[in-house]
Design a protein around this ligand. Structure first.
Ligand SMILES: [Zn+2]
Length: 287
């Protein structure tokens, strides 16, 4: 009996030792390869696109966690991602990567803001300038200059910094799943007509569906018109199946840098091979 117990203990110690070695090995491998660059067909990499709405002064201004992040949390998250070796890229670079024109670092991500809210100019833009981080703002064209939103002057100033891309989140934030395909296309075309009148030609045209709602027909038609399209589904993009017309985006909320990294890892595994029933999906997405 004692003999058996001792044998079991030895096996257990062996397993623990093996696990520790494995984790260390993975950390060392990750550090050693973090600056490696890969082409679209070379290696499957995960490319998170982060979606924020407003960046506010402090916690007292947070009404919904997915809508507001404090400027302190935001700066910590961006610095944290940089510490982990993340490179912030633009949609233009993502398209070049898809077209096999450039390589991307193993850890690349995109930063986005929906709705064109004032806090982005006041609180996010200074951090981005300080850390030299590019980002994209999806504006609701009719709301520009309204209370709580950025103005066209601020949009132009940010664009001229070379760090900020102004893109479309529709004319007036309608529910696209209730529009006809013709109305949807008209809406996006109208929004870009005004953006280009105000800010000049836009090399890359990206559209984000309000409320994350759409129809498959709209995606197909907007693709034909040459738009890149974002969803807001809390999933992650995988380079091997990168679809510029169904780009996944996820919320950093007020998460610490470790929780963000953990969620990236979790999503990269979860969306590789596992498919859950819808109710479980909704629960997991709220995590
Ligand atoms: Zn929106």
């Amino acid at each position: 009996m004692k003999e058996r117990k001792r044998k079991l203990e030895k096996i257990l110690i062996g397993v623990i030792f093996f696990c520790i070695l494995l984790v260390f090995g993975m950390i060392i491998y990750d550090k050693a390869t973090v600056n490696n660059e890969y082409g679209i067909n070379e290696k499957s990499i995960n490319i998170p696109i982060f979606v924020y709405h407003n960046i506010v002064n402090d916690k007292s201004q947070i009404e919904y966690e997915y809508m507001q992040t404090t400027k302190d949390d935001f700066e910590k998250q961006i610095r944290g991602l940089k510490d982990f070796g993340y490179n912030f890229i633009t949609y233009g670079e993502l398209k070049q990567f898809k077209d096999n024109e450039i390589k991307l670092k193993k850890r690349s991500c995109i930063l986005t803001f929906d709705d064109g809210l004032e806090g982005v100019y006041k609180n996010a833009y200074p951090v981005a300038k300080k850390l030299n981080i590019p980002f994209t703002i999806f504006i609701v064209v009719d709301n520009i200059g309204q209370d709580g939103c950025i103005t066209w002057e601020q949009a132009r100033e940010m664009q001229e910094s070379g760090l900020v891309t102004i893109a479309s989140h529709s004319m007036e934030h309608p529910n696209f799943s209730e529009l006809t395909v013709e109305q949807a296309v008209q809406n996006v075309n109208d929004s870009y007509k005004i953006i280009e009148e105000k800010l000049g030609n836009q090399a890359i045209k990206v559209f984000t569906y309000p409320y994350g709602l759409y129809t498959e027909e709209e995606i197909v038609e907007l693709e034909k018109q040459g738009y890149i399209q974002n969803l807001t589904d809390n999933k992650i993009n995988k380079s091997k199946s990168l679809d510029l017309n169904r780009l996944h985006r996820c919320y950093p909320l007020s998460d610490s840098k470790y929780k963000i990294l953990l969620k990236i890892l979790y999503r990269s595994i979860r969306y590789s091979c596992i498919s859950y029933p819808l109710s479980v999906e909704i629960y997991l997405d709220k995590w």
